[in-house]
Design a binder for this molecule. Structure first.
Ligand code: FPP
Length: 259
């Protein structure tokens, strides 16, 4: 008769085996995640939506740890979009409170593991009690040599493209650059993600097939992985499965396959 400890051991072995298989092939340098399905996860359990976000923040911590241990260079998570400000005020407040808890609770994980934490988006809209500890931890972790962890907060891809365009136009108006100097590389360097390579893999949970205004410029050639799993249920094994699937893709970047 098999016991629950047998089952635990079997799943630990299966996870170790999957991890080893993923590590045997090139990893995506940059993984970006649209963490969706918190509300549905809560509804399925008769819980308030905020409980779904709380469970979602546990997935965020687990997946960050897994990505770091694996050796992924950069992980970007869509934690709060520009459009999320339009959610009911109670939900927005709960998300902001969770963010503060996350920053305080993950401080040691970030600093002890050399994670470089950054936030992208219109951070001026974040309440002071979020912005101050967030900026402090970003600064404190800036010298880290491990994984770059980017939180997209109050973030929208179109907003980011507009901000970059304005900055370039202003620079041209000051005579620092000419219009003909604006190529893809210079434009990328004007974006909030300027320090990051473009994502290789975008994961979206909860089965929706949308980009939802996420990293629109940067994911031009990213591979998309959509799973029905709701974000609060997403764990290391699911990250590994997404990466294993990515490793089988034939990335051509618009060219023909190499012989
Ligand atoms: C989408 O689920 C998720 C969000 C809008 C926020 C993502 C937030 C977390 C993962 C929690 C951790 C975040 C912080 C800030 C620490 P949804 O609410 O749209 O789900 P639904 O589509 O099922 O309603």
């Amino acid at each position: 008769m098999s016991t629950s400890s047998d089952t635990d051991r079997d799943s630990a072995l299966a996870l170790a085996d999957l991890r080893a298989r993923v590590l045997a092939r090139p990893l995506p340098r940059h993984v970006a995640i649209i963490m969706d399905g918190n509300g549905r996860w809560a509804a399925q359990r008769g819980l308030p939506r905020t409980e779904g976000h709380r469970a979602g923040s546990e997935s965020m911590k687990a997946v960050t740890r897994a990505a770091r241990r694996l050796g992924v260079e950069a992980l970007t998570v869509y934690a709060f979009s520009s459009q999320n400000w339009l959610r009911p005020p109670g939900e927005v407040t709960a998300l902001m409170d969770l963010l503060v808890e996350y920053i305080q609770g993950e401080r040691a994980e970030v600093l002890d593991n050399g994670i470089r934490l950054r936030a992208i988006g219109d951070l001026t809209r974040l309440p002071r009690q979020v912005r101050t500890p967030l900026e402090e931890l970003c600064l404190a972790s800036a010298g880290g040599r491990g994984m770059a962890l980017t939180l997209a907060l109050s973030y929208g891809g179109r907003e980011e493209i507009l901000a970059a365009t304005r900055a370039l136009v202003e620079s041209a108006a000051r005579g620092e650059i000419r219009a003909s100097d604006i190529d893809e590389s210079r434009f990328s360097r004007a974006l909030w993600t300027r320090e990051l390579p473009d994502p290789d893999l975008v994961i979206r949970t909860s089965g929706e097939r949308r980009l939802s205004n996420f990293l629109l410029w940067q994911i031009a050639y990213a591979e998309l992985f959509i799973t029905d799993i709701l974000w609060p249920d997403f764990r290391e094994a699911d990250l590994l499965a997404a990466i294993a699937d990515f490793q089988l893709r034939d990335r051509r970047f618009g060219k023909v396959a190499a012989k």
